[in-house]
Write a protein that binds this ligand. Structure first.
Ligand SMILES: [Zn+2]
Ligand SMILES: [Zn+2]
Ligand SMILES: [Zn+2]
Length: 405
Protein backbone atom coordinates (compact mmCIF):
# COMPACT_ATOMS: atom_id res chain seq x y z
CA UNK A 1 0.00 0.00 0.00
CA UNK A 2 1.47 3.36 -0.99
CA UNK A 3 0.51 6.86 -0.01
CA UNK A 4 -0.95 9.31 -2.51
CA UNK A 5 0.02 12.38 -0.49
CA UNK A 6 2.05 13.49 2.52
CA UNK A 7 0.55 12.39 5.83
CA UNK A 8 1.53 13.71 9.22
CA UNK A 9 2.41 11.37 12.03
CA UNK A 10 -0.40 10.47 14.45
CA UNK A 11 -2.92 10.44 11.61
CA UNK A 12 -5.61 7.79 11.67
CA UNK A 13 -5.43 6.48 8.11
CA UNK A 14 -7.78 3.50 8.28
CA UNK A 15 -10.46 2.06 10.53
CA UNK A 16 -10.84 -1.48 9.37
CA UNK A 17 -13.78 -3.77 10.18
CA UNK A 18 -13.10 -7.46 10.79
CA UNK A 19 -14.25 -10.32 8.60
CA UNK A 20 -14.25 -12.59 11.62
CA UNK A 21 -12.72 -12.51 15.07
CA UNK A 22 -12.79 -14.82 18.08
CA UNK A 23 -11.76 -14.45 21.71
CA UNK A 24 -8.43 -15.95 22.72
CA UNK A 25 -9.20 -19.39 24.14
CA UNK A 26 -7.78 -18.96 27.68
CA UNK A 27 -9.72 -15.72 28.14
CA UNK A 28 -13.00 -16.63 26.48
CA UNK A 29 -14.95 -16.53 29.73
CA UNK A 30 -13.91 -12.94 30.37
CA UNK A 31 -14.11 -11.39 26.90
CA UNK A 32 -17.42 -10.76 25.17
CA UNK A 33 -17.48 -12.75 21.93
CA UNK A 34 -19.32 -9.94 20.17
CA UNK A 35 -17.87 -6.62 21.33
CA UNK A 36 -14.59 -7.94 22.80
CA UNK A 37 -15.01 -5.95 25.95
CA UNK A 38 -12.85 -7.55 28.60
CA UNK A 39 -14.05 -8.15 32.14
CA UNK A 40 -10.81 -8.02 34.00
CA UNK A 41 -12.36 -7.82 37.43
CA UNK A 42 -14.23 -11.08 36.82
CA UNK A 43 -11.02 -12.70 35.66
CA UNK A 44 -9.14 -11.47 38.71
CA UNK A 45 -11.92 -12.64 40.97
CA UNK A 46 -11.86 -16.04 39.29
CA UNK A 47 -8.10 -16.30 39.67
CA UNK A 48 -8.28 -15.31 43.31
CA UNK A 49 -10.98 -17.82 44.04
CA UNK A 50 -9.08 -20.52 42.17
CA UNK A 51 -5.98 -19.75 44.18
CA UNK A 52 -8.05 -19.97 47.33
CA UNK A 53 -9.01 -23.47 46.28
CA UNK A 54 -12.61 -22.65 45.54
CA UNK A 55 -12.32 -22.79 41.77
CA UNK A 56 -13.05 -26.41 41.06
CA UNK A 57 -16.79 -26.36 41.63
CA UNK A 58 -17.60 -22.69 41.44
CA UNK A 59 -19.09 -22.39 37.99
CA UNK A 60 -17.90 -20.02 35.31
CA UNK A 61 -17.20 -17.14 37.65
CA UNK A 62 -14.99 -19.18 39.81
CA UNK A 63 -12.87 -19.77 36.73
CA UNK A 64 -13.45 -23.49 36.51
CA UNK A 65 -12.62 -24.80 33.09
CA UNK A 66 -14.43 -27.51 31.26
CA UNK A 67 -11.41 -29.72 31.66
CA UNK A 68 -11.92 -29.79 35.39
CA UNK A 69 -15.46 -30.94 35.15
CA UNK A 70 -15.47 -32.93 31.95
CA UNK A 71 -15.84 -36.64 31.96
CA UNK A 72 -14.93 -37.01 28.31
CA UNK A 73 -11.32 -35.97 28.48
CA UNK A 74 -9.81 -39.08 29.94
CA UNK A 75 -7.82 -41.45 27.81
CA UNK A 76 -5.47 -40.98 24.91
CA UNK A 77 -6.82 -40.64 21.42
CA UNK A 78 -4.97 -41.44 18.23
CA UNK A 79 -4.05 -38.51 16.01
CA UNK A 80 -6.94 -37.20 13.91
CA UNK A 81 -4.83 -37.74 10.80
CA UNK A 82 -4.58 -41.45 11.47
CA UNK A 83 -8.07 -42.43 12.44
CA UNK A 84 -10.13 -39.36 12.91
CA UNK A 85 -13.50 -41.04 12.96
CA UNK A 86 -12.43 -43.78 15.33
CA UNK A 87 -10.83 -41.40 17.78
CA UNK A 88 -13.65 -38.93 17.70
CA UNK A 89 -16.26 -41.64 18.08
CA UNK A 90 -14.91 -42.18 21.57
CA UNK A 91 -15.49 -38.64 22.64
CA UNK A 92 -19.09 -39.19 23.80
CA UNK A 93 -20.03 -35.62 23.10
CA UNK A 94 -23.59 -34.56 23.68
CA UNK A 95 -25.80 -33.83 20.70
CA UNK A 96 -25.25 -30.17 19.95
CA UNK A 97 -28.19 -27.95 20.59
CA UNK A 98 -29.11 -25.79 17.65
CA UNK A 99 -30.39 -22.29 18.33
CA UNK A 100 -34.14 -22.21 18.67
CA UNK A 101 -36.47 -20.18 16.51
CA UNK A 102 -36.61 -17.50 19.17
CA UNK A 103 -32.85 -17.28 19.41
CA UNK A 104 -32.60 -16.64 15.69
CA UNK A 105 -34.44 -13.37 16.07
CA UNK A 106 -32.33 -10.38 15.21
CA UNK A 107 -34.49 -7.90 17.07
CA UNK A 108 -32.46 -6.22 19.75
CA UNK A 109 -34.04 -6.40 23.18
CA UNK A 110 -35.68 -3.39 24.77
CA UNK A 111 -33.48 -3.72 27.83
CA UNK A 112 -30.49 -1.38 27.78
CA UNK A 113 -27.10 -2.91 28.52
CA UNK A 114 -26.26 -3.10 32.18
CA UNK A 115 -23.49 -0.84 33.45
CA UNK A 116 -20.27 -2.78 33.74
CA UNK A 117 -20.00 -2.36 37.47
CA UNK A 118 -23.08 -4.42 38.17
CA UNK A 119 -22.42 -7.24 35.73
CA UNK A 120 -21.77 -10.09 38.06
CA UNK A 121 -21.27 -12.71 35.42
CA UNK A 122 -21.15 -12.87 31.67
CA UNK A 123 -23.95 -14.43 29.72
CA UNK A 124 -23.02 -17.89 28.48
CA UNK A 125 -24.46 -19.19 25.21
CA UNK A 126 -26.68 -22.05 26.21
CA UNK A 127 -26.34 -23.72 22.79
CA UNK A 128 -22.61 -24.44 22.98
CA UNK A 129 -21.58 -23.19 26.43
CA UNK A 130 -18.41 -22.02 24.74
CA UNK A 131 -18.95 -18.30 24.19
CA UNK A 132 -19.75 -15.54 26.65
CA UNK A 133 -21.35 -12.14 26.18
CA UNK A 134 -21.68 -8.90 28.14
CA UNK A 135 -25.43 -9.18 27.99
CA UNK A 136 -28.44 -10.21 25.95
CA UNK A 137 -27.91 -7.34 23.52
CA UNK A 138 -24.46 -8.62 22.54
CA UNK A 139 -25.70 -12.21 22.35
CA UNK A 140 -28.46 -11.26 19.96
CA UNK A 141 -26.17 -9.05 17.91
CA UNK A 142 -23.81 -12.00 17.45
CA UNK A 143 -26.46 -14.54 16.43
CA UNK A 144 -25.80 -14.21 12.72
CA UNK A 145 -22.10 -14.91 13.15
CA UNK A 146 -22.47 -17.54 15.84
CA UNK A 147 -25.88 -19.10 15.74
CA UNK A 148 -25.88 -21.02 12.49
CA UNK A 149 -22.95 -23.39 12.39
CA UNK A 150 -20.42 -22.07 14.86
CA UNK A 151 -22.64 -22.72 17.87
CA UNK A 152 -23.35 -26.29 16.84
CA UNK A 153 -19.71 -26.96 15.97
CA UNK A 154 -18.50 -25.56 19.28
CA UNK A 155 -21.05 -27.68 21.12
CA UNK A 156 -19.40 -30.70 19.56
CA UNK A 157 -15.86 -29.43 20.17
CA UNK A 158 -14.34 -31.43 23.00
CA UNK A 159 -11.94 -28.77 24.14
CA UNK A 160 -10.67 -30.70 27.18
CA UNK A 161 -9.70 -33.50 24.83
CA UNK A 162 -8.03 -31.07 22.46
CA UNK A 163 -6.14 -29.52 25.35
CA UNK A 164 -4.89 -32.92 26.35
CA UNK A 165 -4.00 -33.83 22.81
CA UNK A 166 -2.33 -30.84 21.20
CA UNK A 167 0.61 -28.88 22.42
CA UNK A 168 0.25 -25.09 22.22
CA UNK A 169 -3.39 -25.95 22.47
CA UNK A 170 -4.75 -22.53 23.35
CA UNK A 171 -3.53 -21.20 20.05
CA UNK A 172 -4.69 -24.20 18.06
CA UNK A 173 -8.10 -24.12 19.67
CA UNK A 174 -8.31 -20.41 18.89
CA UNK A 175 -7.29 -21.24 15.31
CA UNK A 176 -10.02 -23.86 15.04
CA UNK A 177 -12.59 -21.45 16.45
CA UNK A 178 -11.59 -18.89 13.84
CA UNK A 179 -12.02 -21.46 11.06
CA UNK A 180 -15.47 -22.42 12.37
CA UNK A 181 -16.52 -18.80 12.59
CA UNK A 182 -15.31 -18.07 9.07
CA UNK A 183 -17.39 -20.96 7.76
CA UNK A 184 -20.42 -19.78 9.73
CA UNK A 185 -19.93 -16.35 8.24
CA UNK A 186 -19.63 -17.63 4.71
CA UNK A 187 -22.81 -19.69 4.90
CA UNK A 188 -24.72 -16.96 6.65
CA UNK A 189 -23.63 -14.44 4.02
CA UNK A 190 -24.58 -16.83 1.22
CA UNK A 191 -28.01 -17.31 2.77
CA UNK A 192 -28.54 -13.58 3.11
CA UNK A 193 -27.03 -12.59 -0.24
CA UNK A 194 -24.51 -10.44 1.55
CA UNK A 195 -21.00 -10.25 0.20
CA UNK A 196 -19.34 -7.71 2.46
CA UNK A 197 -15.59 -8.50 2.45
CA UNK A 198 -16.32 -11.93 0.99
CA UNK A 199 -14.29 -11.19 -2.11
CA UNK A 200 -11.45 -9.53 -0.21
CA UNK A 201 -11.36 -12.49 2.14
CA UNK A 202 -11.34 -14.84 -0.84
CA UNK A 203 -8.36 -12.99 -2.29
CA UNK A 204 -6.17 -13.23 0.81
CA UNK A 205 -2.94 -15.06 0.17
CA UNK A 206 -2.41 -18.37 1.93
CA UNK A 207 1.28 -19.07 1.18
CA UNK A 208 0.19 -22.69 1.07
CA UNK A 209 2.76 -23.65 -1.52
CA UNK A 210 5.55 -22.44 0.78
CA UNK A 211 4.89 -24.98 3.55
CA UNK A 212 6.78 -28.25 3.76
CA UNK A 213 4.77 -31.44 3.40
CA UNK A 214 5.32 -32.22 7.09
CA UNK A 215 3.83 -28.93 8.21
CA UNK A 216 0.94 -29.31 5.79
CA UNK A 217 0.23 -32.75 7.22
CA UNK A 218 -0.06 -31.29 10.72
CA UNK A 219 -2.24 -28.46 9.52
CA UNK A 220 -4.41 -30.90 7.59
CA UNK A 221 -5.06 -32.93 10.74
CA UNK A 222 -6.32 -29.77 12.42
CA UNK A 223 -8.70 -28.90 9.61
CA UNK A 224 -9.94 -32.47 9.49
CA UNK A 225 -10.96 -32.05 13.08
CA UNK A 226 -12.60 -28.70 12.27
CA UNK A 227 -14.45 -30.35 9.40
CA UNK A 228 -15.66 -33.11 11.71
CA UNK A 229 -17.07 -30.47 14.04
CA UNK A 230 -19.04 -28.72 11.32
CA UNK A 231 -22.67 -29.78 10.92
CA UNK A 232 -23.50 -32.16 8.09
CA UNK A 233 -25.14 -29.41 6.02
CA UNK A 234 -21.75 -27.81 5.57
CA UNK A 235 -20.17 -29.53 2.60
CA UNK A 236 -16.59 -28.41 2.39
CA UNK A 237 -13.45 -30.31 1.51
CA UNK A 238 -10.47 -30.63 3.84
CA UNK A 239 -8.36 -29.01 1.12
CA UNK A 240 -10.53 -25.94 1.07
CA UNK A 241 -10.50 -25.72 4.85
CA UNK A 242 -6.73 -26.10 4.76
CA UNK A 243 -6.45 -23.12 2.47
CA UNK A 244 -8.68 -21.12 4.81
CA UNK A 245 -6.50 -22.10 7.75
CA UNK A 246 -3.33 -21.11 5.89
CA UNK A 247 -4.92 -17.78 5.01
CA UNK A 248 -5.72 -17.18 8.63
CA UNK A 249 -2.21 -18.10 9.73
CA UNK A 250 -0.66 -15.29 7.73
CA UNK A 251 -3.50 -12.79 7.93
CA UNK A 252 -4.49 -12.82 11.60
CA UNK A 253 -4.23 -9.74 13.75
CA UNK A 254 -4.10 -9.85 17.50
CA UNK A 255 -6.64 -7.86 19.43
CA UNK A 256 -4.95 -6.35 22.44
CA UNK A 257 -6.48 -4.71 25.45
CA UNK A 258 -5.18 -1.36 26.58
CA UNK A 259 -3.54 -3.10 29.48
CA UNK A 260 -1.67 -5.30 27.03
CA UNK A 261 -3.44 -8.65 27.30
CA UNK A 262 -4.58 -10.61 24.28
CA UNK A 263 -8.35 -10.47 23.78
CA UNK A 264 -8.54 -12.52 20.63
CA UNK A 265 -7.61 -12.81 17.00
CA UNK A 266 -9.27 -11.50 13.89
CA UNK A 267 -8.95 -11.39 10.14
CA UNK A 268 -9.12 -7.93 8.59
CA UNK A 269 -9.00 -8.43 4.83
CA UNK A 270 -8.49 -4.78 3.93
CA UNK A 271 -5.64 -4.44 6.37
CA UNK A 272 -3.77 -7.20 4.61
CA UNK A 273 -2.71 -4.69 1.97
CA UNK A 274 -0.11 -3.29 4.33
CA UNK A 275 3.41 -4.54 3.72
CA UNK A 276 5.91 -5.17 6.46
CA UNK A 277 8.81 -3.04 7.57
CA UNK A 278 11.09 -3.53 10.56
CA UNK A 279 10.92 0.27 10.79
CA UNK A 280 7.19 0.75 10.20
CA UNK A 281 5.64 4.15 9.69
CA UNK A 282 2.21 2.92 10.82
CA UNK A 283 0.92 1.10 13.84
CA UNK A 284 -2.38 -0.60 14.60
CA UNK A 285 -4.55 -1.15 17.63
CA UNK A 286 -8.08 -2.16 18.47
CA UNK A 287 -10.52 0.70 18.01
CA UNK A 288 -11.61 1.67 21.51
CA UNK A 289 -15.05 3.00 20.58
CA UNK A 290 -16.77 0.77 18.04
CA UNK A 291 -18.65 -2.23 19.34
CA UNK A 292 -17.47 -4.72 16.75
CA UNK A 293 -13.68 -4.74 17.16
CA UNK A 294 -12.40 -2.64 14.29
CA UNK A 295 -8.68 -2.12 13.83
CA UNK A 296 -7.26 1.39 13.75
CA UNK A 297 -4.18 2.21 11.69
CA UNK A 298 -2.25 5.25 12.81
CA UNK A 299 0.90 6.77 11.33
CA UNK A 300 3.78 6.97 13.79
CA UNK A 301 6.11 8.74 11.37
CA UNK A 302 5.31 11.42 8.86
CA UNK A 303 4.79 10.03 5.38
CA UNK A 304 6.63 12.29 2.98
CA UNK A 305 4.46 12.10 -0.07
CA UNK A 306 3.09 10.29 -3.05
CA UNK A 307 4.54 6.85 -3.61
CA UNK A 308 5.91 6.28 -0.11
CA UNK A 309 4.97 2.86 1.11
CA UNK A 310 2.76 2.66 4.18
CA UNK A 311 4.04 -0.24 6.28
CA UNK A 312 3.22 -1.92 9.53
CA UNK A 313 5.25 -4.50 11.38
CA UNK A 314 4.21 -8.16 11.37
CA UNK A 315 6.62 -9.23 14.09
CA UNK A 316 8.43 -8.17 17.23
CA UNK A 317 10.89 -5.64 15.83
CA UNK A 318 12.73 -5.11 19.10
CA UNK A 319 15.03 -8.02 18.27
CA UNK A 320 18.14 -8.16 16.11
CA UNK A 321 18.49 -8.45 12.34
CA UNK A 322 19.01 -12.20 12.19
CA UNK A 323 16.09 -13.04 14.45
CA UNK A 324 13.74 -10.69 12.60
CA UNK A 325 14.70 -12.10 9.23
CA UNK A 326 14.39 -15.69 10.44
CA UNK A 327 10.94 -15.06 11.90
CA UNK A 328 9.74 -13.35 8.73
CA UNK A 329 11.10 -16.15 6.59
CA UNK A 330 9.57 -18.87 8.77
CA UNK A 331 6.17 -17.28 9.16
CA UNK A 332 5.75 -15.13 6.07
CA UNK A 333 8.20 -16.74 3.65
CA UNK A 334 10.11 -13.64 2.60
CA UNK A 335 13.58 -12.26 3.12
CA UNK A 336 13.24 -8.78 4.58
CA UNK A 337 15.09 -6.07 2.73
CA UNK A 338 13.51 -3.11 4.49
CA UNK A 339 15.59 -0.01 5.05
CA UNK A 340 16.58 -1.02 8.57
CA UNK A 341 17.53 -4.57 7.58
CA UNK A 342 19.64 -3.31 4.68
CA UNK A 343 21.42 -0.70 6.80
CA UNK A 344 22.21 -3.37 9.36
CA UNK A 345 23.31 -5.84 6.72
CA UNK A 346 25.63 -3.35 5.05
CA UNK A 347 27.09 -2.00 8.32
CA UNK A 348 26.92 -4.87 10.80
CA UNK A 349 29.42 -3.17 13.10
CA UNK A 350 27.27 -0.04 13.44
CA UNK A 351 24.59 0.22 16.14
CA UNK A 352 21.03 -0.54 15.09
CA UNK A 353 19.83 2.68 13.40
CA UNK A 354 16.32 2.14 14.73
CA UNK A 355 17.56 2.44 18.29
CA UNK A 356 19.82 5.34 17.46
CA UNK A 357 16.78 7.18 16.31
CA UNK A 358 14.69 6.28 19.31
CA UNK A 359 17.50 7.20 21.72
CA UNK A 360 17.62 10.79 23.00
CA UNK A 361 20.40 11.75 20.57
CA UNK A 362 19.33 12.84 17.07
CA UNK A 363 19.70 10.18 14.39
CA UNK A 364 22.52 10.13 11.88
CA UNK A 365 21.65 11.64 8.51
CA UNK A 366 19.66 9.44 6.26
CA UNK A 367 18.63 7.00 8.97
CA UNK A 368 15.20 8.27 9.74
CA UNK A 369 12.41 7.46 7.33
CA UNK A 370 10.53 10.55 8.47
CA UNK A 371 11.48 14.00 9.65
CA UNK A 372 14.64 13.46 11.70
CA UNK A 373 13.69 16.31 14.01
CA UNK A 374 10.24 15.01 14.71
CA UNK A 375 9.59 13.54 18.11
CA UNK A 376 7.12 10.72 17.71
CA UNK A 377 4.41 11.08 20.29
CA UNK A 378 3.96 7.37 20.71
CA UNK A 379 6.54 4.62 21.18
CA UNK A 380 7.41 2.23 18.35
CA UNK A 381 4.10 0.52 18.35
CA UNK A 382 5.03 -2.77 16.82
CA UNK A 383 7.57 -3.30 19.55
CA UNK A 384 4.92 -2.45 22.10
CA UNK A 385 2.56 -4.93 20.49
CA UNK A 386 5.10 -7.67 20.50
CA UNK A 387 6.10 -6.97 24.08
CA UNK A 388 2.57 -7.64 25.18
CA UNK A 389 2.37 -10.96 23.40
CA UNK A 390 1.44 -13.97 25.46
CA UNK A 391 4.24 -16.39 26.23
CA UNK A 392 3.66 -18.82 23.38
CA UNK A 393 6.09 -19.94 20.71
CA UNK A 394 6.59 -17.22 18.09
CA UNK A 395 5.56 -19.42 15.20
CA UNK A 396 2.25 -19.99 16.93
CA UNK A 397 1.58 -16.31 17.65
CA UNK A 398 -0.84 -15.48 14.90
CA UNK A 399 -1.17 -11.76 15.35
CA UNK A 400 0.41 -10.43 12.23
CA UNK A 401 -0.51 -9.92 8.63
CA UNK A 402 1.11 -11.15 5.46
CA UNK A 403 3.34 -9.47 2.96
CA UNK A 404 1.61 -8.42 -0.21
CA UNK A 405 3.17 -10.29 -3.06
ZN1 LIG B 1 -20.42 -7.37 24.53
ZN1 LIG C 1 -23.35 -21.04 21.18
ZN1 LIG D 1 13.36 -5.67 7.85
Amino acid sequence: MVSRRPIESDTLIMVCPPYVCVPYEPRKQFVCAYCFKEFKYLEERAKASQEAGEGANGGQNAGSTKSESSSTSSGVFPPPTESLDASLAQLQVDEPKAPTEGEQSTNAPEVPPMPETIIDELLQCQGCKEVWYCNEECRLADLAEHGYYECRALAKFDIPWAKGYYSYCDDLITDIRLILRAINKRYWQLGQNIDEFAEEYQLLISNMSCYTEDVLTSLRSIVQYANYLLPDEVIISDDELLEIYCKHRVNMFGLWANGGECLGYGVYPRASYFNHSCWPNTTFYKNPDLKVPHMNFLTVWPIQGEGEEVCISYIDISVGLKERRNTLLDKYFFHCTCERCMLQELSPEEPDPYYIYWAPAPPPDGYAPGDPNATPSSPPAAAATAASAPTIPPEETPFDIPPEK
